[in-house]
Write a protein that binds this ligand. Structure first.
Ligand SMILES: [Zn+2]
Length: 140
């Protein structure tokens, strides 16, 4: 079992580090602002929408929780609040689609980002997929 250190707070709403000096949103987690180097980053709720820039399908995994669900899709998302993020990706979403990001925990308790499609049919398919892969949305 591998523990992934994303630094994300386990929160029902997407929270990323925002700079108290220049107001830019930073991701991934860091100690100093990537724009102005101020030591003033605080976890703040941010807009959870974005656009899929690219998708990669993993054909192999060393993690037992993922091997049964290959190929596994990950995506680069341009967030509307500023930064880009690498996320897990539900089936049915393609490059250029609008997505919403959720903070989820995998079956091993790792806190990470998941991109969900905005289309109703894609959302319905994602509900079954989330159960199948044992990803849990964080409710607190
Ligand atoms: Zn800054």
């Amino acid at each position: 079992m591998t523990v992934f250190q994303t630094g994300l707070p386990a929160s029902a709403t997407l929270k990323l580090q925002q700079c108290g000096n220049c107001a830019q949103v930073n991701y991934p987690a860091r100690e100093l602002c990537g724009y102005c180097l101020a030591d003033a980053l605080q976890w703040q709720p941010v807009k959870d929408t974005g656009t899929v820039q690219s998708i990669t399908e993993l054909q192999y995994s060393l993690e037992p929780g993922y091997t049964a669900h290959l190929p596994w899709r990950v995506a680069s998302i341009q967030l509307d609040c500023g930064p880009q993020a690498l996320t897990h990706l539900v089936p049915g979403v393609v490059t250029g689609d609008a997505v919403r990001l959720k903070v989820i925990q995998d079956g091993q308790g790792n806190v990470m980002l998941l991109a969900l499609g905005c289309d109703h049919a894609v959302q319905q398919a994602a509900i079954h997929w989330l159960e199948e892969v044992q990803f849990k949305e964080i409710s607190a």
